[in-house]
Design a protein around this ligand. Sequence first.
Ligand SMILES: C[S@@+](CC[C@H](N)C(=O)[O-])C[C@H]1O[C@@H](n2cnc3c(N)ncnc32)[C@H](O)[C@@H]1O
Length: 385
Amino acid sequence: MSIFDGRFSVEIATASGIESVTKRELRKLGYEPSGASLGRIRFDGDFKDVLRANIFLRTANRVRIVISQFVAQSFDELFENMLCVRWQDILPKDAKIIVDAKSQKSKLFALRSIQSVAKKAIVSSMQRAYGVSQLQESGASYNIEIAIIRDYVAVTLDASGDGLHKRGYRTYLGDAPLRETLAAAMLQLSVWNPDRPLIDPFCGSGTIPIEAALIGLNIAPGMNRSFACEGFYGAPDVRKEVQREAEELITRDRRLHVCGFDIDPDAIKLALKHAERAGVKNYIHLQTADMRGLSSARSRGIILTNPPYGERLMKGNEVEALYRDFGAVCRKLDDWCVYVITSFKGFEKHFGKKADKIRKLYNSQIECNFYQYLAPPPKREAADE
Ligand SMILES: C[S@@+](CC[C@H](N)C(=O)[O-])C[C@H]1O[C@@H](n2cnc3c(N)ncnc32)[C@H](O)[C@@H]1O
């Protein structure tokens, strides 16, 4: 019997700082998440839930199936516990077995040795089960992670394949693009909702406006790609059912007020290509424009953006001047909320205002702050007074 016919613990890997958003997303999908340590959240589910998590979660990096958990303080203990798993119920005879290892505050910390002992145990178990002296490993890849935290080992099987930030719409990379998962998290951390105007004045390849449109139209981010778990040996075929669920949830008749601007016409060309591939080109407005000319006739909108940090795209003094001008532009939109992610330490000083809230987030490996400026509450109408 395949383990994929039963229930198991599902592990969601998410970036540090956005665990609460991913948990909220899981609850919306009908799951009860537990634990959120070191960017790992779990829930109980079956194979269909693994696919639903892959297709619907906007902020998760990866979905894994928990295969085994035990305590190991020596390589013998690691080997014996790995050997006990019925790997023949999980892996086909020709599986290409890739083992990755992580360790924190544990007796076993040499990653190469952890990988090779774990792999040796898996191979021995498979050879015994299939009655062969050698495995060909010529088939599909199976990525197994051995994560050891305080001597507690979690053995998981990657169910995503490519990272979940790869939605399938961004095939061309712009300058310093933002991860799709992080853009979706920033939107969900903000007060934006699809009825409110949204502007990204430094939109680059369009990640923030595109993710906003996907949220606004309720398009599941993983609808247009495949996942490692779909090729698992003995796994039930549930894609059609989950795909149908995702299609039925789309609301294409919604009007959005989402705009992206960038001073670089090539960036806007790229953003338009990406928007088209994501199926949202007709719902967002993308245009070449200098942030310094930004204004809006709409009220109570949201500016949410990822400006140059001064690390890859601009020199420090140019960035300072840009942030000063950006501050002046934002002050004119005085009933708008402003959200900015940057790693530039003196951002508030140059922008000209202390943020109401700051959250530490990571853009790939770069430590950033997410500065949040809330608008004053709406003025009460004369009739209310
Ligand atoms: C960090 S990148 C944005 C990346 C974007 N979030 C993405 O996912 O591709 C910053 C962008 O700001 C743009 N930029 C720089 N100065 C600008 C200005 N004065 N007005 C508008 N855009 C500007 C750059 O061309 C660049 O595309």
